[in-house]
Design a protein around this ligand. Sequence first.
Ligand SMILES: Nc1ncnc2c1ncn2[C@@H]1O[C@H](COP(=O)(O)OP(=O)(O)OP(=O)(O)O)[C@@H](O)[C@H]1O
Length: 582
Amino acid sequence: MKPLFQFAKKLHHFSGKIVYYNLLGMVFISLLEGIGIILLIPMIHAAGILQLNGSGSFYMAKFNELIHPIPVQFRLPIFLGIYIILVFLQSSVQRKLTIRSVKIQQEFSSKLRRDLYKDILDVNWGFLLSKRKSELVNSLTSDIARVTSGINLLLQFCSAVIFTTIQVGIAFMLSAKLTLLIVIFGMLIVFLSKRFLKKSRSIGKQTSEISLNYLSGITDQINGIKEIKSNHLEKTQLKWMKLLTQQMMDEQIEYITLKTSSQSFYKLSSAILVSFFLLISLTLFQSSSQELMLILVIFSRLWPRFTIIQANLEQIFTAMPAFSTVQKLQEDCLAAKETIGVNEGELKNLKIVQGFELKNIYFRYNTQIPSYTLEDITIKIPVNTMTAIIGHSGAGKSTLIDILMGLNKAEKGEVLIDQMPLTSQNILSLRKSLSYVPQDPFLFNGTIRENLLLVSPSASEEEIWQSLHFAAADEFVEDLPRGLDTVIGDRGMKLSGGERQRIVLARALLRKPSILVLDEATSALDSENESKIQEAIDQLKGSMTIIVIAHRLSTIKNADQVIVLDHGKAVQQEIYAKFSTV
Ligand SMILES: Nc1ncnc2c1ncn2[C@@H]1O[C@H](COP(=O)(O)OP(=O)(O)OP(=O)(O)O)[C@@H](O)[C@H]1O
């Protein structure tokens, strides 16, 4: 229950008084409905169906006294008129409340999504490496949707409880004995239905697990669909899908079985309750017919609310694991926050005068394993020079770059920029001045222009073409039928590997960085385009600090220094002049 209360608290902070105004509105509607029900008796009396004799409770007697002066022939039209006004008032207030409540829910759910996404964006890289991507996607999609619907259910639950309490109050004024009897029955039913709530929660847990497995599995499969098709693995993959869909089906059936069982339980218990109630009130309490009728009317309207309350509770319990997951993720994200107290608005680009220095760096991904991925690395990268990092696959090149960018945190040793340590205070300024092109660059399903403007939204048309030219991408973009406005598909699938690399390079340059980091950014290029990019990089030399992970000799030969990594150790660091044998 704790995560649910935490979110209710958040709702309270976010919406403030409006939620309470809405609940007050519910009280008002319930009162109007109560008055409408009380009016039923004189209406029935005025229609000649029932005789009012003043017996029953004190309130019934008072009411009879009140309507006595009204001439009999006017009573029915007056009561019908009041009834219509009440219904009109009630429905118009209800309409307003519903709209307002949807607004609160929508705003709150948008805020929850934004907050969770921001929390995830703000965490350190180590935390992100330790999480499955599908776990985060699942929390941002399925779990957060369940939390939002849980909050809606909670509000509905509160409304139903208020409505029910007021109606029970009115019934109590009309007949304390009969109402008490019904409330005792009601409480008994709630107590007996506890097991349904417990089961709902365990089904909710299953839902979370299945949805996570489905999402992670299907993401992997769709990403690897080319391999699946070309290696004819469809059968094996379908087997996986069959197994999972079977689990989904079983879980849904289990949920519906539970829901229908609790509904049947309710129907049966309400039938028993009404029968007992009639029997006891007629034989034991000798209630008046009008009193009995009023109470029956109230409870026949109330009973569906009881069912709503029970169904709401079951659904809230089903959503509870999602509340716990999101709450836990938010707490973990906060604990793993990368920078604390940095004001985004005050962030300035980092002006590097001397350069980077890595001093006795030790790093490993898993501290349980004795060997280090990077061991005792000490290197210098002077400002506005070009450094090439080479080494066999798995030597630790990308890891080293991640340390430089402050993504990976060294276990021992330090990263210095102009002799100052890289801390959580200057890390964002560094990244603001840096353009990084990874091995597997990020392109989204939009136009080339949109993908370029992602890093520099205010770039002019001229700047865009300039950076495309630098990245040797201008010619192929010009040749596309829709030019810059060509949609490139998921992850740029409609472009060739080399075209994708050139677009991403153009994007990196559009940002006008003072540090350019290229992680095998030209590996997919043919020699013609590669040499064009080399020329461009040569032109950039001296105006920015360039760090490249390279395999090709052509890249290395233009570097001012080369760092050779071997099994996590920097075995060589030489200025190219001395490095002529590579
Ligand atoms: N997230 C991770 N968790 C655990 N180990 C990792 C992780 N990322 C990399 N490694 C391991 O660290 C070592 C260095 O990896 P890294 O990616 O830095 O190598 P690399 O030199 O860039 O290789 P490549 O040229 O193949 O890209 C490898 O043994 C790799 O298996």
